[in-house]
Design a protein around this ligand. Structure first.
Ligand code: CU
Length: 127
């Protein structure tokens, strides 16, 4: 039996990178995910978030839609394409979210700051 709770830390930086491209958890686990921004640039220039998308969401079309949602941390208002997301942070900051891992499958995670999803993305695998 897997642990009930798993803690994950994802680092991001001033070079538009996450330090991980694959995260594995088990269905039903409580996931405590901390996003750290280890860079120095402010949120307006190099903001990062961690956004878990519903299965099958097209990253490019979601990213284009998200880029218009500056007033909401680049998460489109009322979207049904986001399972969970952190707030947007700048250099030196960190933020933590807690959520229940969704059903088994492979999901995409991205940073939805404009243009970042081309580099800042990875797979969230639920086993
Ligand atoms: Cu970013």
């Amino acid at each position: 039996m897997a642990q009930d709770k798993v803690e994950i830390t994802v680092e991001s930086n001033d070079r538009m990178q996450f330090d991980t491209s694959e995260i594995k958890v088990e269905a039903g686990q409580t996931v405590v995910l901390t996003l750290k921004h280890v860079g120095k640039l402010p949120k307006a220039a190099m903001g990062h978030n961690w956004v878990l998308l519903t299965k099958g969401t097209d990253i490019n079309s979601f990213g284009a839609e998200a880029s218009k949602a500056a007033g909401n941390d680049y998460i489109p208002e009322g979207t049904d394409k986001v399972i969970v997301a952190t707030k947007l942070i700048g250099g030196g900051q960190e933020t933590t979210i807690e959520f229940t891992a969704p059903e088994k499958g492979t999901y995409d995670f991205i940073c939805s700051f404009p243009g970042h999803y081309a580099m800042m993305k990875g797979k969230f695998i639920v086993e």
